[in-house]
Design a protein around this ligand. Structure first.
Ligand code: 5GP
Length: 124
């Protein structure tokens, strides 16, 4: 069964203002807010305002302006949170889960930015 966009997903509801969120930053095409169940001292979700289900859908179908806006806001949050190892921070991890094998819970594309503690190795 294809993994399709469902406009009743929680992030769509956040974008429509139907449920609250703890906003970290917002731009024309992108919203960033704190994860409701943080897995680290910093756990920020970055989502496009457009209806894209996962990373490859976003990269294939979003405009260059949306992709640039999303990428720049992600980098800005890393910097603003003091995570950038190039600027004296202790580092971070960016994750995007996609589809069934990726165990994606919310079918609206998002990046997780995690930091503020040692995150352990993900790959063997
Ligand atoms: P996924 O598994 O899809 O990559 O991650 C979805 C994330 O969304 C989870 O980390 C979960 O805690 C978070 N989440 C689910 N519902 C809400 C919500 O209503 N508000 C916020 N801020 N985060 C949510």
């Amino acid at each position: 069964m294809p993994f399709t966009y469902d406009d009743q997903n929680v992030f769509a509801k956040i974008l429509r203002g139907e449920i609250p969120n703890d906003t970290v930053a917002e731009t024309q095409h992108t919203l960033a807010f704190k994860d409701i169940t943080p897995q680290a001292p910093v756990h920020v979700l970055v989502i496009p305002k457009g209806a894209y289900v996962c990373h490859d859908d976003f990269m294939a179908n979003a405009s260059d302006a949306e992709i640039a806006d999303f990428s720049r806001l992600t980098a800005r949050i890393v910097t603003d949170q003091g995570l950038s190892p190039g600027a004296g921070g202790n580092g971070y991890r960016v994750i995007s889960n996609a589809g069934a094998n990726g165990v994606q819970e919310v079918p609206h594309y998002h990046l997780h930015i995690l930091g503020g503690r040692p995150l352990g190795r993900m790959l063997p």
